[in-house]
Every structure is written in structure tokens, then in C-alpha cells.
Design a protein around this ligand. Sequence first.
Ligand code: ZN
Length: 107
Amino acid sequence: MLQQGFQNAPLDVIRDIATHLDLKTLLALTRTCRVTRSLVLDPTSAAIWADIKAREAIPMLSSGVLTDVEFARLVYDKTCHCCAKGQANKLDFTFLIRTCAKCWNKK
Ligand SMILES: [Zn+2]
């Protein structure tokens, strides 16, 4: 019931809620449904990402190497970039890659 209510919420309300989230939660919001994903990833939502960058003071977000959502995935997504399995706890900011221990030891 709550999920249906959220999906039926006006986009302005969802966008307003998104402005109060942290980066990890905003990334999770992109995975809730196609509507919120499109809304949050739309270029018109750039201010939401900019506000989070300012609040969380993550310098890599302004590097221009990765998009904001790519950076959020690098930091918070636990999928290995090499084997696509979960439990990827090794993060290399030089190569901007996240791997599991097994793939990490292969490099
Ligand atoms: Zn792996």
C-alpha cells in the first residue's frame, strides 16, 4: 500500500523528497522504479546531485571523470566490476574500480 502511494506521488513531491536524501539513498531511489529512475537521472535533476555534492563534500564528484551516478555506484554498489558478483569490498580510486577479493588478487 505504501509502495503504491509512493508510485502515485506527484513527481514534484518525489523530487522534493530526493533533495533531502544522502548519496547512498538517492542511488537506491534510482532503483525503485522506472519513473523515479527517470526523474532522478534526468538532467533537470542536476541540482539534486549538486546539493548532495555540496552537503557530503565528496571531492571525486566534481572530478568530471565519472558522472555523479557512476560515482555513487562506485562508492555504494557492492557488485564486482570484473565478475559482476556481489560482495565487492575492494575499492580502487586510482582505477575507479570496485572488485571482490578474488578479482582483486588477480590484478
Ligand atoms: Zn569479482
